[in-house]
Write a protein that binds this ligand. Structure first.
Ligand code: SF4
Ligand code: SF4
Length: 505
């Protein structure tokens, strides 16, 4: 199949071999599971259990908190011991509401509804199953999967993203090698859900075994309208818009969505989770996770229950805590440095990268920008990172938006090549969060103003009504005078809000 290329990007050392030398095993069952209510984009889930409740594996313990949300399920059986704020994976060491389950070691499943053939299910029912299973984009975005599978427009191409372009991460690679049939079945389910005309599985050229396994699964299952495209290993080829460009040649417009060019893109791990949800009735309870880095004695991939404490996982792979400098959830380019090792593994956590002291310079000396233009050369979105930096630094947020700040995918290519060591992405994140917070403040202020205006209107109307009643009752007043008094009262009410007469006149 034909391939195109995207602007910029960088070639990075892969560091992927060490964690792919042995088959994936299940991580030991932890003593406790910590399940944050917000592991997805959108509203946090709302608990439906209480402290002291017994729960079974697969039981929903928190329901979606809105349309854009996802439920949370017990990853193993046990007792709910706490519903409280605990540290969650976030660079600031943020606390957020979590449900803690003390596991009973039995791993007892709730009854599951099995489904033998997804073709018996209507697309809407497929989406409902995916929603109920709490499946979110497992590539890192965490967007509820059922929403993407209801695009409301014709889907020409459904792309399965197996690029996995960040260094060190190999969880998707291993999943393709070991569970290719589940991924292909998941792809077919998604194809039915969105009625896609054809599908493409995109895999980077540094994963030949994965590509072979996927090809064999396609042949065995006998799909006719699905092809594999091998894409060059160039970071960030796995970015949604970059991958769409590489495999279809189409550019998703600035601020737009893939569906605008007839494409829906999902990650391969999401496809495997969808297969399990639809065929086996299993919610999203576990995922493949790469545990690697110089501080890890036995780098490998494990199948991990969502909610397992990071420390347990690092322990099980022989991590040298004495010389540990930093643990990153995700890859070195887009991952987040964990402030606390007790945080749990969440749905979007594809990798734990444990680095030894001295391996990375945490705070390199930053010098002024020399206007070399390297950052613009590598930006895969064709932005002007240097200008974004200046405007973010001077808090000129309107200007950052004029320079399409929100198109920035925070890939870190610009910072990677910056000879001045400027932490460019930090500035973009700061500007984005300031803009969002200003927008939120404005939204709240608008609501408060609207409420105040309504209240004023109501008070004026009530006053007018009282005056009108009073005028009607006043003895010795002739009809004409009463009418004039009522009219005057109503006029006063109207004047309190021009153009909006009291609604019960
Ligand atoms: S790469 Fe760094 S030094 Fe060069 S123009 Fe961009 S911000 Fe300035
Ligand atoms: S972090 Fe943003 S500005 Fe920098 S290269 Fe990536 S997309 Fe461009």
């Amino acid at each position: 199949m034909k391939r195109w290329s995207f602007h910029g990007g960088v070639e990075l050392p892969g560091h992927k071999q060490k964690s792919t030398t042995r088959p994936v095993e299940s991580a030991p069952l932890p003593k406790q599971l910590i399940l944050p209510l917000s592991q997805h984009l959108g509203a946090p889930a709302e608990p439906v259990v209480n402290v002291g409740d017994k729960v079974q594996k697969g039981e929903m313990i928190a329901k979606p908190g809105g349309f854009v949300s996802a439920p949370v399920h017990a990853s193993s059986s046990g007792i709910v011991t706490a519903i409280e704020e605990l540290p969650v994976p976030h660079p600031s060491g943020l606390y957020a509401p979590c449900i803690t389950i003390k596991t009973d070691g039995k791993d007892t499943w709730l009854n599951r509804e099995q489904q033998t053939d997804y073709r018996q299910l209507e697309p809407a029912l497929i989406r409902e199953r995916i929603r109920e299973a709490g499946i979110v984009g497992l590539g890192g975005a965490g967007f509820p999967a059922f929403i993407k599978l209801n695009p409301g427009k014709t889907v020409k191409t459904l792309i399965l993203n197996g690029a996995e372009c960040e260094p060190y991460i190999t969880s998707d690679d291993m999943l393709m090698r070991e569970r290719a049939d589940e991924i292909v079945q998941g792809l077919l389910i998604m194809q039915r859900a969105v009625q896609a005309l054809h599908c493409i599985i995109a895999i980077e050229d540094n994963k030949p075994q994965a590509a072979q396994a996927m090809q064999a699964a396609l042949q065995q299952i006998g799909t006719v309208d699905t092809g594999i495209v091998i894409v060059p290993a160039r970071y960030p080829a796995g970015g949604e818009k970059q991958l769409i460009k590489v495999v279809t040649g189409q550019e998703v417009p600035s601020g737009g969505l893939p569906i605008q060019v007839g494409v829906v893109c999902q990650n391969i791990a999401t496809a495997a989770a969808i297969y399990r949800a639809v065929y086996r009735g299993e919610p999203l309870l576990s995922r493949y996770v790469t545990i690697t880095g110089s501080a890890v004695a036995e780098p490998r991939n494990l199948e991990v229950l969502i909610g397992t404490p990071v420390r347990d996982l690092l322990d099980s792979c022989g991590t040298d805590f004495t010389h540990l400098q930093e643990v990153i959830m995700g890859g070195p380019m887009m991952g987040i440095a964990l402030a606390d090792h007790e945080v749990p593994l969440v749905k979007t956590g594809n990798c734990l990268l444990a680095l030894k002291q001295g391996e990375i310079e945490l705070h390199p000396t930053v010098v002024p920008c020399i206007r070399c233009g390297n950052c613009a050369d590598v930006c895969p979105v064709n932005l002007l990172p240097q200008q974004l930096y200046w405007h973010a630094r001077s808090r000129d947020f309107d200007k950052t938006q004029e320079y399409d700040l929100f198109d920035c995918i925070e890939c870190g290519c610009c910072a990677y090549v910056c000879p001045s060591n400027i932490p460019l992405v930090h500035y973009y994140r700061f500007a984005k969060s300031e803009i969002r917070s200003q927008q939120e403040q404005k939204r709240k202020a608008d609501i408060a103003r609207e409420r105040h205006e309504k209240r004023e209107q109501r008070l004026a109307r009530e006053k007018a009504e009282r005056a009108a009643r009073h005028a009607r009752k006043k003895p010795g007043t002739d009809d004409e005078t009463k009418k004039a008094a009522i009219q005057a009262a109503l006029e006063r009410a109207r004047a309190s809000k021009p153009g909006t007469p009291p609604d019960d006149v």
